[in-house]
Design a binder for this molecule. Structure first.
Ligand SMILES: [Cu+2]
Length: 477
């Protein structure tokens, strides 16, 4: 039985597995929301996993978020992890799926806690953000069409909040708009959201109280509902990426929610490159990527190299095949999801990034004069005694910046990262922010471990030529 059949065969079978001792005591058959809320918050205020990873294919690279392994792993099910009683079929790079448990009445029960999180955007840059279950962004929900879900939300902030289930069809009173649909969830309070999943698709969840502050500080997550019975061919890799933008003044440690437009930190699943985990896929894998965008202000044209994809669904539902067209850049507007699918038929390392050039930079100072063509080293030396972190952009552009910092020629303020990237196999990669690498490999042994850089076949890398070689093609140098 493959994982799709397993899912389709009904949640009852899945619920029968007791994995790793993580199941909570059975919930009452006759459901008493208040009693259950009390017992859940008392026992499970945090649902931090305590079990260790069970095999080399399991851990997120850091080992910080152990996950359960499918009972019968095979190459096609490397993507399938178990989160509590629930199989996680979607991979959330740098993130996780939320642990659910099945109540005796058949509903799926989850617990979200809202609170402050010390979040690392990339090595060297940590800030106090707001998140769900200790994560920025919150863990990915995965349900199946037809599920009844009960989601307990405990507010550990010192200010009220609510949760809106973005794109999900539900009773108006469960929609989470503070003041309109419900009273706000006060500090220390727990609210219950209960609704049936009547559709399938890619949705999101986010705070819907003081949105400008709470979304800007990170209170967002992905909400995915799988079809009940899958007639169509499935995919081999199913990946969720939440796009977001922040303003973190270099040298400070809190995102500024009052910024209107001048965002300086662009992220995929809360990570700025080089913090983003690569997307590792097998050669000819059918790949689905679900992009969500809860950036405060910016749409993001996400571009893939070496491939073309089709947008197969939005947060409004699937797009008929006759209305899909191939493209290599999908625009993901604010407050929308776009689900793309493609066959990863080109081996190698491929960039996958927002195509707005300011969105593939980290923590730029924006109000600076144009220094292209100017040797700014004397200026930097003059200003740095007054402003220790000051660094002008280079005379030839940005590529000098990251390299200079890495080589120790230039310093950046404490708790900040270079504007651009990291050392690649051929030199410095001058991209940051909303950037990651798609790594297509013949047979990946693990989808959540970096396989390193692509080993190019001989003769397939652009190379330097001399006059003699160019002359053979009639080019005079
Ligand atoms: Cu962008």
């Amino acid at each position: 039985m493959n994982r799709r059949d397993l899912l389709a065969s009904g949640a009852a079978a899945i619920g029968g597995f007791a994995l790793g001792g993580r199941r909570a005591a059975a919930l009452p058959v006759r459901w008493d929301p208040e009693a259950a809320a009390d017992s859940l918050t008392a026992r499970d205020t945090t649902l931090a996993p305590e079990a260790a990873p069970t095999s080399a294919t399991t851990p997120e690279a850091s080992g910080a978020r152990p996950a359960f392994q499918s009972p019968a792993p095979n190459p096609q099910s490397l993507a399938t992890k178990w989160q509590g009683d629930r199989p996680a079929r979607v991979y959330t790079p740098n993130g996780s799926s939320i642990t659910g448990r099945r109540a005796d009445d058949g509903a799926w029960v989850y617990h979200l806690t809202v609170g402050e999180v010390e979040h690392t955007f990339a090595p060297g840059l940590t800030a106090t953000c707001w998140g769900y279950n200790g994560e920025v962004h919150g863990p990915t929900f995965e349900g199946v069409e037809g599920d009844d879900v009960r989601i307990y939300v405990t507010n550990n902030l010192s200010t009220p909040t609510t949760v809106h289930w973005h794109g999900v069809f539900l009773p108006s009173g469960m929609d989470g708009v503070g003041g309109l649909s419900q009273p706000v969830i006060g500090p220390g309070e727990t609210f219950l959201y209960a609704f049936p999943l009547k559709q399938n698709g890619t949705f999101m969840y986010h705070a819907h109280h003081d949105e400008m502050t709470q979304i800007a500080l990170g209170l967002t997550g992905m909400f995915i509902v799988h079809p009940k019975a899958s007639g169509a061919r499935g995919v081999d890799r199913d990946i969720a990426i939440m796009l977001h933008e922040w303003y973190v003044e270099p040298g400070t440690s809190r995102p500024d929610p009052n910024v209107m437009s001048d965002f300086n930190l662009l992220t995929m699943n809360g990570q700025a490159y080089p913090g983003t985990a690569p997307l590792v896929v097998g050669h000819n894998d059918r790949v689905r990527i679900r992009f969500g965008n809860l950036s405060p202000m910016d749409h993001h044209p996400i571009h893939v190299h070496g491939h073309a994809w089709k947008t197969v669904a939005t947060d409004g539902g699937p797009i008929p095949a006759s209305a899909q067209w191939p493209e290599s850049t999908v625009l993901v507007p604010v407050g929308a999801t776009r689900t793309v699918e493609f066959v990863a038929d080109a081996l190698g390392d491929w960039a996958l990034h927002c195509h707005m050039t300011h969105h593939v930079m980290n923590q730029m100072g924006h109000d600076v004069p144009n220094t292209t063509g100017v040797d700014s080293r004397r200026l930097d030396r003059a200003v740095q005694p007054l402003a220790p972190g000051y660094a002008t952009m280079g005379e030839a552009g940005m590529d000098e910046h990251g390299r200079h910092i890495e080589m120790g020629h230039m310093s950046v303020p404490d708790n900040s990262i270079p504007m651009v990237g990291q050392q690649g196999p051929f030199g410095y990669i001058t991209m940051g922010g909303m950037y990651t690498n798609l790594k297509v490999r013949p047979t990946p042994v693990a989808y959540d471990a970096d396989p390193g850089w692509w080993d190019h076949p001989a003769g397939t890398v652009a190379r330097r030529v001399g006059a003699e070689a160019a002359a053979r093609d009639g080019i005079t140098l």
